[in-house]
Write a new protein. Structure first.
Length: 120
């Protein structure tokens, strides 16, 4: 497994724990369709939430949220709508959130934050 994949997996695992502590009920992770992938799908309050996780080590590639482009948001929305077709029992209220995670150069967790209601 490449270093970037390891960092992504670490970030997703941290995000799962963080989301659970914030009251999110995790339904699935790494949902794939012909439209793309959603890192985490969860219920939160009355919403079905599609969650993108972005993890960065240092600032050499910019901040995590800078990697969530309008194109990426549109892909997640399409993938989420596809997921919803197969789960009509889930809430109709859909939301797109992100969990952004920063580690400093020493490998210490610098920040973990939920950004709610992403829009393109």
């Amino acid at each position: 497994m490449r270093q970037q994949q390891k960092l992504g997996k670490l970030g997703e695992n941290l995000a799962l724990r963080y989301l659970k502590n914030k009251g999110y009920c995790i339904l699935t992770r790494n949902f794939h369709s012909k439209f793309g992938e959603i890192d985490i799908i969860a219920l939160h309050q009355k919403d079905l939430v599609f969650i993108e996780v972005k993890t960065r080590w240092g600032q050499s590639f910019g901040s995590p949220q800078e990697a969530i482009t309008p194109w990426k948001i549109r892909r997640i929305i399409k993938t989420g709508q596809y997921f919803k077709l197969f789960h009509p029992e889930l809430p109709d209220s859909l939301r797109l959130d992100a969990v952004v995670i920063d580690f400093n150069q020493s490998g210490d967790l610098k920040r973990i934050e939920i950004i709610k209601n992403l829009t393109s």
